[in-house]
Design a protein around this ligand. Structure first.
Ligand SMILES: Cc1cc2nc3c(=O)[nH]c(=O)nc-3n(C[C@H](O)[C@H](O)[C@H](O)COP(=O)(O)O)c2cc1C
Length: 150
């Protein structure tokens, strides 16, 4: 990804109280969610990577999306997005990934591709993808995303 400015963010740095309509009415939008929205609006494209908890999205990601969607329906402003999932098991968080595939276009994401990485602990070591096939697939997906930016 030479010549592309990248920023890695973790949702744990943008933690907000659990979304609820009463919470929103009483206390408004959390500062962390407002700053996450600003961060998103400053980007030209997105790679979102998720784990899977009990066959669904981790609550941190669902909660972040719930708050974002209340502040701005077109959260991702029709910008391109690649979505990834992984888990220690053989399914690689595929169910969470399919949930994201359904949800993201509703929030204005232009979905370019998706990839699930199974058996994380075997295929990724010391933050490096050691599985050749997965690495090639990921590079292909990233190239498709970058083509959208030209
Ligand atoms: C409560 C809980 C439920 C999980 N459920 C699933 C699951 O349904 N499918 C799956 O592939 N992995 C599951 N995992 C493994 C997670 O996807 C993941 O590898 C692990 O939690 C690390 O990511 P985290 O830091 O976001 O929790 C689960 C983990 C936890 C703690």
């Amino acid at each position: 990804m030479d010549g592309v400015e990248k920023e890695l963010i973790h949702l744990k740095d943008y933690q907000s109280v659990l979304y609820g309509i009463d919470e929103e009415k009483e206390n408004g939008f959390p500062e962390a969610s407002k700053s996450l929205l600003k961060q998103i609006q400053s980007a030209d494209a997105f790679i979102i990577s998720t784990a899977e908890h009990n066959s669904s999205l981790p609550v941190a990601l669902k909660n972040a999306l719930d708050w974002l969607s209340r502040m701005e329906r077109n959260v991702f402003e029709d910008k391109p997005m690649l979505i990834l999932s992984t888990s220690p098991g053989r399914r690689g968080g595929k169910t969470a990934l399919s949930h994201l595939e359904m949800m993201m276009p509703r929030f204005g994401a232009k979905l370019i591709g998706s990839l699930s990485i199974p058996e994380f602990n075997q295929k990724v070591q010391s933050r490096i993808i050691v599985d050749k096939e997965i690495k090639e697939q990921l590079i292909k997906e990233i190239e498709s995303l970058l083509t959208e930016l030209k």
